[in-house]
Design a protein around this ligand. Structure first.
Ligand code: ADP
Ligand code: FRU
Length: 324
């Protein structure tokens, strides 16, 4: 495993840690019947993965963004294509490591009729970023970020340790600043967020204590028995430590999204300014929109409304380029 070249000399202010893959997308008129034979409308290959997509959208919104994860080896057929796409979007990949294992592939059917996306994800045994690689890559530059976003992966132990490290470093930096140390260790703080998406993600109680903002997916919420977005954010919030100021946010597809901070619950309806044609990555776009807005204002309702607006616009577009 080795590091990759930086895209330019800029210092990122937002770090997204998680997965990248290749999405092989076929747009079909309607979702097919099993064992049928039909023609697609369009085929395209797109860089995918939650953290990778969130980086793309944050970068399109003019945030200086860095993606940290595992890339394929230089000899793999996808390497140049992937790196070129990260560069095209202005995303820094300086801290990424590489693996010889073939990159994960997702076969995606997007229905033109409904905009639904059906994803079949194949991880090919590709490794996930370890806690040690996280430390080696960014430990000495954590101070440069204003926001660090994690995607909770099935290898939850490593992500939990990364969250712990981000918390302890932040505490150390804040105490340095309090004790009058020079600002060489940065401005002293960043927001930590994490997305819990897959139903199999375990130890949410621990995750809740380690992030300032927790995004919970509809699928994960339902797997816990929470059937609507309002009760999902209230129930998830109750997993936090008493007195802890954690914002819990839950995007809920065409119904919109809910957020809860202390005892305040906010619900915002979904809005799409046109026909919904592609919902692939709507959740990743929502997360990017929320981070973008929250970095500029502490108004929770504003952030939730902007996130729903941006995700709604995304649903009317193929891919993410139109969000520039
Ligand atoms: P994911 O892509 O992770 O499955 P969701 O389906 O929950 O995420 O969608 C994320 C956000 O995208 C929602 O909160 C909503 O704002 C927006 N969205 C998703 N589907 C639609 C839709 N059909 N119409 C309008 N907005 C949508
Ligand atoms: C969309 C997405 C795709 C990827 C899949 C991985 O949210 O990130 O780009 O193939 O999810 O679960």
């Amino acid at each position: 495993m080795q590091g990759t070249a930086a895209a330019g000399d800029q210092q990122a202010t937002v770090l997204c840690v998680g997965l990248n893959d290749v999405d092989l997308i076929t747009v079909v008129e309607r979702y097919p019947e099993e064992d049928s034979d039909q023609r697609g409308i369009e085929y395209r290959r797109q860089r995918g993965g939650n953290a990778s997509n969130t980086s793309t959208v944050l970068s399109h919104l003019h945030n200086c963004c860095e993606f940290l994860g595992v890339l394929p080896s230089c000899s793999s057929p996808e390497y140049s294509w992937l790196l070129e796409d990260f560069r095209r979007c202005g995303i820094i990949t300086a801290g990424c490591v590489q693996s010889d294992v073939p990159l994960p592939m997702a076969t995606v059917l997007v229905s033109r009729q409904t905009g639904s996306r059906t994803i079949v994800y194949c991880d090919n045994g590709f490794p996930e970023l370890s806690h040690k690689q996280f430390v080696d890559s960014v430990m000495d530059r954590l101070h440069q970020y204003r926001w660090i976003h994690f995607e909770l992966r099935p290898k939850v132990d490593d992500v939990l340790r990364m969250l712990e490290t981000a918390n302890s470093q932040r505490a150390a930096m804040t105490s340095d600043v309090r004790h009058g140390a020079k600002a060489t260790r940065g401005q002293g703080s960043y927001v930590i967020s994490v997305e819990i998406e897959k139903p199999e993600c375990d130890r949410p109680e621990r995750v809740m204590t380690l992030a300032d903002v927790v995004f919970i997916s509809k699928d994960w919420a339902r797997s816990r028995g929470w059937t609507d977005m309002r009760s999902a954010v209230i129930s998830a919030r109750s997993l936090c430590r008493p007195g802890q100021v954690t914002v819990v946010v839950s995007p809920w597809a065409e119904e919109g999204a809910a957020a809860c901070q202390n005892d305040d619950v906010i619900v915002v309806p979904a809005c799409a300014p046109g026909d919904v044609v592609d919902t692939l990555g709507a959740g990743d776009t929502f997360v990017a929109g929320f981070i973008h807005a929250r970095m500029r204002s502490s108004d929770l309702k504003l952030a939730l409304t902007y996130a729903c607006h941006l995700a709604g616009v995304k649903c009317t577009l193929a891919g993410y380029d139109g969000l520039r």
